[in-house]
Design a protein around this ligand. Structure first.
Ligand SMILES: [Zn+2]
Length: 427
């Protein structure tokens, strides 16, 4: 009985400490690289290497400065000596850890998976954010933008914990999660934004939100339904403040042959692309759905997938197709209907020198009048950069320059949210 009580006290203390520690020092495991046959780490004089294969830490005597980890016969080798099945932990001495010409806070964990090695950086969420923020927003931007970005990135990170659970870490270090550059890319201005907003996260209805953000929406942020097929109450389209964004308006010209190649790679089942036909439109003629018609079949894709196909800045776009030979005829879908305007001209910009013609769109085969012509290229006029859902970074800059603070910026782009300390979150 007495033994049981002591055990209970120890377990309770552990839980209390665990929770208390979790409030201020929540940690994250960042997968720096996976699938490696070998990993080379430069150790500092005070760095220590531990074997954790038995559950308890066992210090490994490592003399060399340059350590090469490999994997052979179910064991991780250190400079060709088999030492452990892993994990292996590397703890820093007085300085930061080094890998691949970059410095890192926290610890390294090396694990063996699928007969290869993965390198994981284990550190606090706050340390992690210092290595994320400079990659997301220029440190010289107004401090209210940096603080907005720190809160949004922390919120997104908290919602991403366990995202790569099956690989042994929480988040990866690429655009899939957040681009993470370690301590090497830290900047005093973004560090300060992380410190000033420590622990602050965005919630809706008491739960942490999916705090997606993007560079610039092109005037109005997007409904996630049009991009990912789902809706959240706090991700509504709102007016953007991104008029000074370099991505506010853009034009791209893509040769038809290039479009055919990309289509064949991505949608080989439809054969060689012969025609494209927008079928669903948002306001101002922007394209929500488009049919790709090939000689073997056709496929309907959303605007966002058309954006990926051609690596366009955003899917907030109007479409023109130039048919030749001369006189060229450009079809422009700018009226939010599947019937395009047709313009005869030798340039691609509508409304300059073109002559508007009335094609026989009411005929059974309205495309027959174009049978002597071939598509030469498409012209895409668009605005915005990224998926355009949630906070716009260029818009946040516009708001900060107009005097708004981070709370006002976040409440604008994520309507009806609450910013709280993460310790107030109900688990
Ligand atoms: Zn990821």
């Amino acid at each position: 009985m007495r033994k049981f009580n002591i055990l209970l006290i120890i377990v309770s203390l552990f839980l209390i400490f665990g929770i208390a520690e979790g409030k201020t020092e929540r940690t994250i495991k960042v997968g720096l690289i996976t699938g490696q046959s070998s990993l080379t780490i430069s150790l500092g004089p005070e760095d220590q290497v531990f074997d954790l294969s038995s559950g308890a830490e066992r210090l490994l005597p490592v003399e060399e400065e340059q350590v090469i980890f490999t994997y052979l016969g179910n064991k991780i080798l250190i400079n060709e000596h088999p030492v452990s099945k892993g994990p292996i932990i590397i703890k820093p001495g007085n300085e930061l850890l080094n890998w691949n010409d970059r410095q890192y806070r926290g610890q390294f964990i090396i694990i063996a998976q699928n007969k290869t090695l993965s390198l994981i950086n284990h550190l606090t969420v706050e340390q992690y954010l210092r290595g994320v923020l400079p990659g997301e927003v220029p440190p010289e931007w107004p401090s209210a933008v940096l603080r907005s970005q720190a809160i949004a990135a922390r919120t997104y990170t908290m919602a991403s914990i366990n995202r790569h659970n099956s690989e042994g870490f929480d988040v990866c270090a690429s655009t899939h999660c957040h681009v993470y550059g370690g301590a090497t890319i830290e900047d005093p201005a973004t560090d300060q934004a992380v410190i000033d907003t420590a622990g602050k996260v965005i919630t809706y209805d008491g739960k942490i939100i999916t705090a997606v953000y993007h560079a610039s929406s092109g005037g109005f942020t997007e409904n996630p339904l049009n991009i990912w097929g789902f809706n959240y109450a706090y991700l509504k389209p709102v007016l953007d403040w991104d008029q000074n964004s370099p991505y506010y308006q853009w034009t791209r010209t893509i040769e038809w042959k290039n479009l055919q190649v990309q289509s064949l790679l991505k949608y080989p089942q439809i054969g060689t692309l012969r025609r494209i036909q927008p079928t669903l439109f948002g306001e101002n003629g922007r394209i929500l759905k488009i049919n790709l018609i090939g000689d073997l079949g056709e496929i309907s894709i959303i605007g966002e997938h058309f954006r990926y196909l051609l690596n366009l800045p955003s899917s907030n776009m109007q479409l023109g197709i130039v048919y030749g030979p001369e006189p060229n005829i450009t079809l422009w879908w700018i009226r939010s209907t599947s019937i395009p305007e047709a313009i005869i001209a030798n340039n691609d910009i509508p409304g300059l020198t073109g002559e508007l013609i009335n094609p026989p769109w009411d005929q059974p085969d309205p495309w027959a009048w174009l049978q002597d012509k071939e598509p030469l290229r498409i012209v895409v006029k668009g605005s915005g950069w990224g998926h355009r859902v949630g906070m716009s970074q260029w818009g946040a800059k516009g708001m900060a320059e107009a005097g708004f603070d981070e709370r006002q910026i976040l409440e604008h782009y994520y309507p009806e949210i609450k910013i709280i300390d993460e310790s107030e979150l109900k688990s």
